[in-house]
Write a new protein. Structure first.
Length: 74
């Protein structure tokens, strides 16, 4: 039973290792955004973009987490 989510890009399903790589990349990106809210610029637009990217990263990780929980539940 796979612990990683099924991810399909342009009709191609990623392997478990590839899905893990995507998950780790999203977690890393989210962590960077949280630790440096001015990473996309210290102006209002940059901070807004960092916040929005962080929110979308949370959404993606929530979807991945839901899959992982349901995959582990009998």
């Amino acid at each position: 039973m796979a612990c990683e989510p099924q991810i399909i890009i342009n009709g191609v399903q990623l392997t478990e290792a590839q899905a893990m790589t995507v998950r780790v990349a999203v977690v890393s990106f989210q962590s960077n955004q949280l630790s440096n809210p001015n990473g996309l610029g210290g102006d209002e637009h940059g901070r807004a973009m960092a916040r929005l990217y962080g929110n979308h990263a949370n959404d993606i990780l929530d979807l991945m987490g839901l899959y992982q929980q349901s995959a582990m539940t009998p």
